[in-house]
Design a binder for this molecule. Structure first.
Ligand code: IPM
Ligand code: MG
Length: 357
């Protein structure tokens, strides 16, 4: 059966990077890959057109698709609006409505880019770590939440940090299975010394660990984990953590690799249906200039083929093509160093296609 992809370019640099990915999809389709794709609006551009960042129609299209490719959402233009209609809300709604609880955020250092890291090369050489972030629970979604006025007239903001055992269990299984496919080391990150919710998180991790005797499970407090990530990141293989800690640690890990413009991500439901997106944002400052790095989006297509469509061979070829263009010295501005060849967004897309042919 032909697989359906919903393509959501979004805002800022979203459209220009996503069009490099769809160029790649067109080539793969020409070469026999049995997929089709449709485009739709999401984020600020949807708000401008329809008054909401995600329409019911697009949500329905997302439900019906086998996978979703998203560019980026948001920008200063929409920052003044109420939080309920901000572009980011579309992302959160897609995640929660489609139950995309398992977020895979690899931090992989391409040897060709070792000098782009802010850490010493020996600390990050061959860095290959995977952060698994729980994406549909925790403080991002906990109720009650809001801003209320106290009796004395002062305002108070509040959110709820909550995880049920079953929510922790299902992300634990994703993490242990991922570790089994890698170096079998899993570090669960929590704040169990202060927060009961993560004390329970830790207990559930220990319980699930019994089903994966080959995986070595360790626990680390989040403050220490942040420190260890910049001190000695290679000690980690797979890390698993809740929604908010994962948000923060994954940005930190991404920066270790020197270019957030290189990193894809997958957000998966229980059946492996997924939404795929580069982990960088909409970069409004360079939007529309054909300057952005499309490689994270191209690598997101690779993750889609691997995780949702069972096409590991094609995914390997895409990954190899990205490595080839780096070997050829091609760089977009964000990863440019002296002596390399500076390419625009579309030229980089073309270079990957050429390497693939
Ligand atoms: C991310 C982003 C989002 C998040 C924002 C845009 C809502 O930072 O995907 O990491 O906080 O999850
Ligand atoms: Mg983030």
């Amino acid at each position: 059966m032909t697989k359906k992809i919903l393509v959501l370019p979004g805002d800022g640099i979203g459209p220009e990077i996503v069009s490099q990915a769809t160029k790649l999809l067109d080539l793969l389709i020409e070469q026999g890959l049995d997929v089709t794709y449709d485009n739709a609006l999401v984020g600020g551009c949807s708000f401008d057109e329809h008054g909401v960042p995600l329409t019911d129609e697009v949500l329905q299209q997302a439900r019906e698709a086998d996978a979703i490719l998203l560019g980026a959402v948001g920008g200063p233009k929409w920052e003044g609006y109420d939080i309920s209609v901000r572009p980011e809300k579309a992302l959160l709604k897609l995640r929660s409505e489609l139950a995309l609880f398992g977020n895979l955020r690899p931090a992989l250092l391409y040897p060709q880019l070792a000098s782009a890291s802010s850490l010493k090369p020996e600390l990050v050489e061959n860095l290959d770590l995977m952060i698994i972030r729980e994406l549909t629970g925790g403080i991002y979604f906990g109720q009650p939440r809001g801003i209320r006025t106290l009796e004395n007239g002062e305002k108070e903001g509040f959110n709820t940090y909550v995880y049920s055992e079953s929510e922790v269990e299902r992300i634990a299984h994703v993490a242990f299975r991922t570790a089994m496919l890698r170096n079998k080391r899993l570090c669960s990150v929590d704040k169990a010394n202060v927060l009961e919710v993560t004390e329970l998180w830790r207990q559930v991790m220990d319980r699930v660990a019994k089903e994966y005797p080959e995986v070595e499970l360790t626990h680390m407090y989040v403050d220490n984990a942040a420190m260890q990530l910049v001190r000695a990141p290679k000690q980690f293989d797979v890390m698993v953590t809740g929604n908010m800690f994962g948000d923060i640690l994954s940005d930190c890990a991404a920066m270790l690799t020197g270019s957030i413009g290189m990193l894809p991500s997958a957000s998966l439901d229980i059946n492996g249906k997924g939404m795929y997106e580069p982990i960088h944002g909409s970069a409004p400052d360079i939007a529309g200039q054909n300057k952005a790095n499309p490689l994270a989006t191209i690598l997101s297509v690779s993750m889609m083929l691997r995780h949702s469509f069972g096409e590991a061979q094609i995914a390997d070829k895409i990954d190899a093509a990205v490595s080839t263009v780096l070997d050829q010295g091609y760089r977009t501005a964000d990863i440019y160093t002296d002596g390399m060849t500076l390419l625009s967004t579309s030229e980089m897309g073309d270079a990957v296609l050429a390497a693939l042919k």
